[in-house]
Ligand binder design. Structure first.
Ligand SMILES: [Fe+2]
Ligand SMILES: [Fe+2]
Length: 283
């Protein structure tokens, strides 16, 4: 089974991001992967998302969409809230465009059981001995720098001081339920937007004003799922850093983020796509 993984396309951040997306569609038409997984941070704007998803109308693959934090932003649709985007607007847009909404909706293909969730952060990736209190992270602000989910993700149903734990728990319970229903003879391919791995963050324990933002990079809370369910592969994103390694739970972890244009160096869209698109050949 040919599976392609990519994340953090940020379609509406720059015209070159959209160009890369079109190149991906052309390439998928030519090379015909069986599955294409986009692991979150596709697009903030619903209108651009609709345009983007329709670029793949002639691509025959199973096209899987996982929402990321940017997909839940409501900056461009102030009448909206993030829960409505998560539960109604995004799943409907994805299905309408012929893509597959994986959260709460596992998919069996060949020898594999595909499970997905945005997952979330709960400040647990911060290293031991950090100088912050939970209240500091609830602010999502340090000095004059702001973690923008605190402004543009809107969950009016939940108190701000508990929203991250509420999301973390909700996504954990959903994932646990989906994972526990895996047929005995299938291998699990897990896809989330947020990663679970503190070892990817390289804390220096010096510049805490900068390292404060590690609180919002993912959660180690989900990590026990890898062992409990013998997860074969975990594809994720959010960190805007490529990686492919075997975790201590023996799960292969892959991240394939496109990221923002300022992170591309001198790459063209074609070069960036060549660097990040991860093609997996699974038996
Ligand atoms: Fe991103
Ligand atoms: Fe993200």
């Amino acid at each position: 089974m040919k599976l392609w993984l990519i994340s953090d396309v940020h379609l509406d951040s720059h015209p070159l991001n959209f160009e890369l997306w079109k190149l991906l569609a052309q390439r998928a038409n030519l090379e015909e992967p069986d599955v294409l997984v986009v692991a979150g941070d596709v697009c903030e704007s619903i209108q651009v998302l609709n345009e983007g998803l329709s670029e793949f109308s002639s691509v025959n693959a199973l096209k899987i969409y996982i929402p990321g934090n940017h997909d839940l932003w409501c900056r461009l649709e102030p009448e909206c809230d993030s829960l409505k985007k998560l539960e109604v607007i995004l799943p409907e847009a994805v299905k309408r465009a012929g893509w597959y909404w994986l959260p709460n909706n596992p998919f069996v293909i060949d020898n594999y059981y595909l499970v997905g969730s945005p997952a979330w952060y709960d400040y647990s990736l911060m290293p031991k001995g950090h100088p912050f209190q939970t209240e500091d992270f609830v602010q999502k602000k340090r000095g004059n720098r702001q973690w923008m989910d605190g402004v543009w993700c809107k969950f009016p149903q939940v108190a701000p001081e508990t929203v991250d734990f509420w999301l973390r728990d909700r996504f954990y319970l959903d994932l646990h339920k989906d994972l526990s229903q895996c047929p005995a003879n299938k291998k699990i391919l897990l896809f989330t937007h947020f990663p679970f791995y503190r070892e990817l963050l390289n804390f220096t324990h010096k510049d805490w004003d900068f390292e404060y933002f590690g609180a919002f990079m993912g959660s180690s809370y989900y990590r026990s799922l890898l062992k409990e369910f013998s997860v074969y592969l975990h594809g994720c994103g959010h960190l805007h850093r490529f990686c492919d390694f075997i975790s201590e739970e023996k799960t292969r972890v892959v991240m394939a983020p496109v990221g923002y244009i300022k992170e591309w160096g001198s790459d063209t869209a074609t070069q960036r796509l060549d660097k990040v698109l991860t093609r997996l050949d699974l038996e």
